[in-house]
Write a protein that binds this ligand. Structure first.
Ligand code: PXP
Length: 244
């Protein structure tokens, strides 16, 4: 089984360009679910450049599938997460000057803080995922820090020259196998689109794909439901033989 979580941050990016009420990412979430999304992801950044606190609270009310909150491991955002109680939090690195998340979290840093955060989320009944590069040492540390899931960073695969695609997919496949063997759930995401999603969707241990920019970009032209439907169909098609 493999599920699609749609990240609606970039609907909020368009709204924030004018700092008015529309387009509303909450409405986008409803349409994404109608189009076949299994869950919705939102990244509440410290600088609030796209999603706002109000979006996260409303999403908690209306999302029918899994609500995943992407966040940096900082106290103000941890408090909001503990209050809103999404189904899953995905801890990501965050730098104010970056355009989007650049690379995975380096779990060697701030291990004590990460361990404490995991314990607090666990106590609140929230599952925890670490967004990391498909790197054996990081995956082992994720296990040690008691994450439920890892989300393997697919950004390098998505950016790779044709000659390197095969080795990037092998890296992701090895990472997924290693994580699953350690008992971790395996997700993947970043930079995935209709052209590059299928080789990732074929990695058998991956049970969730987290996709935002390409779906929202396509939704501008074909509508949110259609954009989600197309992506979901490609993912299920890639997986058909495996999950049959
Ligand atoms: N997963 C994580 C952890 C991310 O930070 C992002 C970007 O917010 C995504 C997935 C989705 O990436 P994209 O918008 O490139 O599909």
């Amino acid at each position: 089984m493999i599920e699609l979580s749609v990240n609606i941050d970039h609907v909020a990016t368009v709204r924030q360009a004018r700092r008015i009420a529309e387009p509303d990412p909450v409405a986008a979430a409803v349409l994404a679910e109608l189009g076949g999304a299994d869950g919705i992801t939102v990244h509440l950044r410290e600088d609030r450049r796209h999603a706002q606190d109000r979006d996260v609270r409303l999403l908690k009310e209306i999302v029918r599938g899994e609500l995943n909150l992407e966040m940096a491991c900082t106290e103000p955002i941890i408090r909001i997460a503990l209050e809103v109680k999404p189904d899953l939090v995905t801890l990501v690195p965050e730098r104010r000057e970056e355009v989007t998340t650049e690379g995975g979290l380096d779990l060697r840093r701030r291990q004590a803080a990460l361990r404490r955060a995991v314990a607090r989320f666990r106590e609140a009944g929230i599952e925890v995922s670490f967004f990391i590069d498909p790197d054996e040492s990081q995956i082992k540390l994720a296990r040690k820090l008691e994450a439920d899931f890892v989300e393997l960073h697919t950004g390098e695969y998505a950016q790779a020259a044709d000659s390197l695609l095969r080795s990037e997919i092998e890296r992701l496949a090895d990472g997924a196998a290693c994580a699953a063997a350690l008992g971790l759930g395996v997700h993947a995401g970043h930079g995935l689109n209709v052209r590059n999603v299928q080789p990732v969707a074929r990695i058998p241990q991956i049970t969730g794909l987290y996709i935002g920019h390409s779906i929202v970009g396509r939704a501008i032209f074909v509508g949110m439901q259609q954009a989600v439907r197309e992506m979901k169909q490609l993912i299920l098609e890639a997986r058909r033989n495996l999950d049959a």
